[in-house]
Design a protein around this ligand. Structure first.
Ligand code: GDP
Ligand code: MN
Length: 395
């Protein structure tokens, strides 16, 4: 789960993060009120959407006066911001954050995340942060410094200071940065975060460190331990179909292809998507049925795939285990098809417990499924059915 910049700034202040003074506004009036409270200092008006790249997309505006803050808020509020990270549909701007402009002597980059290779929490830092950090990371990876934290020792102060010095900070600011890192590490572990990214972290002429922008994400599977964090979720930015699916014991992510996928088991679902892509297919979704899913819930999930207008073919890859058996999935599919009809080719691969019964259920209830014996064949037949040539283009 991602939270907004203003929420992350608020939350991390409790862990020693310093940010410019500012406030949230949901209307032009509110934006002007915040600007007035900042006593006429030049302001930044920032679109609050759950995506980065706002600066380059016109979502961050610099204002000289209270009136221009109002004008900029008027431009942003109610608009749809399309950034390099939002996809073409963009994100609705329902609030802006108005904060004091800060003169930066330097813009740094500092992040805490899980280093998957090391299986540890790690800090990433760069002496030159800012909007082009992604390109820097690709073109000059050596400029990104990494500090892997030992989970037993935690963050050692001297190591943090050495890391900060490596970002070209002098002794004073390096000490401050190390203290900030300790606070961020505590927040990261205590709150089960998956990412805290400060970009830019600015060094002012006076030698202070201030976070101008913060992105923060949390591990969804740990949210039950943090009800106050869970409450920060912005439901308006959730994909409504993903929210609906979660109620039916289904993990669902909408993708932008045209092959609907239904699989039980997240690993198998990923493998299925990989196979489709290798054969030039474009998955329309990631759908993982949880082991406790019922026939009715499977039916609801299958209807979600049927309702997606982009879908040109469907692949069901089921593996019957001890809890969820193939017949339950087949009955759910048959029920959905009976109610909503089936207008696109359906390829089914069933293996494991009750695989034969699953086939019988589908054939018996006149579901026109194409049966495949293994995953590779299933993927091939689905890609062919969707009318795609092996190079990924439509044929
Ligand atoms: P992002 O593009 O979504 O990462 O949004 P940011 O909040 O990082 O804003 C984009 C850029 O605007 C930053 O990298 C800064 O260079 C600039 N910016 C943001 N706030 C301020 C500020 O208070 N003062 C100045 N001078 N620049 C700012
Ligand atoms: Mn930023």
């Amino acid at each position: 789960m991602d939270i907004h910049e203003y929420q992350a700034k608020d939350l991390l202040q409790g862990y020693g993060l310093r940010t410019p003074r500012g406030g949230l506004a949901r209307s032009i009036d509110e934006a002007e009120t915040v600007a007035r409270a900042l006593r006429g200092s030049p302001c930044v008006v920032k679109a609050q959407v759950l995506a980065g790249g706002r600066g380059k997309a016109g979502g961050i505006k610099l204002a000289r006066s209270v009136e221009s803050v109002g004008g900029m808020a008027a431009e942003l509020l109610g608009s749809t911001l399309i950034t390099a990270q939002t996809g073409t549909q963009g994100r609705p701007v329902k609030a802006v954050y108005v904060e004091e402009q800060v003169e930066a002597a330097r813009e740094l980059y500092l992040a805490v995340l899980v280093d998957r290779g090391a299986g540890r929490v790690a800090f990433l830092g760069a002496a030159q942060g800012g909007e082009d950090i992604e390109e820097t990371a690709v073109r000059e990876p050596a400029k990104l410094k990494r500090l892997i934290v030992d989970s037993n020792d935690g963050l050692v102060a001297s190591e943090a200071e050495a890391f900060a010095s490596g970002l070209n900070l002098e002794a004073g600011p390096a000490k401050a940065a190390a203290k900030l890192m300790a606070g961020l590490y505590k927040a990261f572990v205590e709150l089960d975060a998956s990412l805290i990214e400060i970009n830019p972290l600015v060094l002012t002429e006076a030698g202070d460190l201030l976070a101008l922008d913060v992105k923060m994400s949390f591990d969804d599977n740990a949210l039950f331990r943090h009800p106050r964090i869970a409450d920060l979720r912005d439901r308006d930015e959730d994909d409504p179909s993903e929210v609906e699916a979660a109620r039916y014991e289904i993990n669902y992510l909408r993708l932008d292809g045209d092959i609907g996928c239904m699989v039980n088991g997240a690993g198998l679902a990923l493998a299925t998507i990989d196979l489709l892509k290798q054969r030039g297919g474009r998955p329309a979704d990631f759908m993982d049925l949880r082991p406790v899913v019922t026939r009715q819930q499977v039916a609801t999930g299958f209807k979600m795939i049927l309702r997606n207008p982009k879908v040109k073919a469907i692949l069901v890859n089921m593996y019957g285990g001890g809890i969820l058996r193939c017949d339950t999935i087949a009955e759910g599919i048959a029920e959905a098809v009976k109610e909503d009809g089936l207008k696109v080719p359906l390829v089914v691969r069933a293996a494991g417990t009750n695989m034969e019964i699953a086939r019988k259920i589908l054939t018996g209830q006149a579901v026109p499924a194409i049966f495949a014996d293994d995953m590779a064949e299933a993927a091939e037949r689905t890609v062919a059915a969707a009318g795609q040539s092996p190079d990924g283009g439509a044929s």
